[in-house]
Design a protein around this ligand. Structure first.
Ligand code: DAH
Length: 331
């Protein structure tokens, strides 16, 4: 057998187990192996060919030796990585630090689930809004204090023509307007998202927070349906029988309007969880719907407020600090 042929066999010989290493050694490197046979045959060659042949045979021997050694080392290392006598394979693996959903996301998910079960779809709107969607179409009179520079972050303020104002939306209600302009009733959607208000940062307020809006517009939508929806919603997100009350309230875009409180037995006080009402006829008119033909209800709630109640969190700022010691509690 020539040196080329043996080299080929060496290269193609698979070694993955200790048994194969031994097979390899016997086949090539032992006293009666193929490498030894090569050298043994050298004596039969004419003297002038011997030097050349010897060189080639030496190369073959080296290749075989190297393959044998590196295979042996690899298998020995592999073995000790898995189970040497010093390893305790029954040891618990270190805990993987997995991420988890933010408590605000978890709270929103719960709210979504309630509304999805009631047949609502989901809709989104831009955070950069104009005066029409954020205020005018929602029946805010021009002199309404909520339009004030104090509450609203204006991106563009046009003193002559407020219709050109651009602002960061102060609530998710403008998505109601977008939704109704885009889709004829029946409309039954929730609209979650981030909202902005120019407020001081304290334990109770932040310049940015999250709301979910719900809107149901169709023929013959009644206040009784609104009330029923609110009760189902509150009972499902707080996962227990609740003591609640609904107080008459005021919003420009609903008439009548109400606010819903739930009783907190720990603090011994009522806590407001949302605002709601029947969509104001002017709002329906602003999106070209006839209030004689259609009625609707709307509600809006702050996600932080709900999350604070559900998880008994005192300071709204903890939601945005992303301190792992805080987030770790919501895995
Ligand atoms: N947009 C109101 C706010 O930001 C919340 C609200 C109240 C939304 C009543 C509604 C509603 O849809 O009917 O305070």
């Amino acid at each position: 057998m020539g040196t080329e042929q043996i080299l080929k066999e060496i290269r193609e010989f698979p070694i993955t187990t200790p048994a194969e290493i031994e097979e390899f050694r016997l086949s090539f490197l032992s006293k009666k192996g193929k490498v030894a046979t090569l050298f043994a045959g050298m004596g039969k060659l004419p003297p002038e060919q011997r030097a050349d042949f010897g060189k080639q045979a030496n190369e073959v021997k080296q290749v075989a030796q190297q393959k044998f050694e590196s295979a042996r080392d690899a298998i020995e290392q592999g073995k000790s990585a898995f189970a040497s006598v010093r390893d305790d394979i029954s040891l618990q693996a270190p805990r993987q630090q997995l991420g988890s959903l933010h408590p605000l996301t978890q709270t929103l998910d719960e709210i979504k689930n309630v509304f999805f079960r009631l047949g609502f779809s989901i809709a989104f709107g831009p955070e950069l809004e104009d005066d029409f969607h954020n205020f005018s179409a929602l029946n805010f009179p021009p002199e309404h204090p909520a339009r004030d520079m104090q509450d609203t972050f204006y991106v563009r303020k046009d003193d002559e023509d407020p219709r050109k104002d651009l602002l960061l939306r102060t609530h998710t209600s403008p998505v109601q307007i977008r939704k109704m302009l885009e889709q004829k009733p029946p409309v039954r959607s929730i609209m979650p998202g981030r909202v902005y208000r120019n407020e001081a940062v304290t334990a109770k307020s932040y310049f940015l927070f999250h709301q979910v809006e719900a809107l149901y517009v169709d023929k013959n939508v009644t206040f009784a349906e609104l009330k029923d929806t609110l009760i189902i919603l509150a009972e499902m997100i707080f996962e227990k029988e609740l003591k609640y009350r609904m107080r008459p309230s005021f919003f420009p875009f609903t008439e009548p309007s109400l606010e819903m409180d739930i009783w907190n037995p720990v603090k011994n006080q009522w806590l407001e969880i949302l605002g709601a009402g029947m969509v104001h006829p002017n709002v329906l008119r602003s999106v070209n719907l006839d209030p004689e033909e259609y009625t609707g209800f709307a509600l809006g709630m702050g996600i932080e407020r709900i999350a604070k109640l559900r998880y008994e969190i005192g300071d709204i700022r903890t939601f945005y600090e992303n301190d792992v010691r805080f987030l770790d509690q919501f895995v």
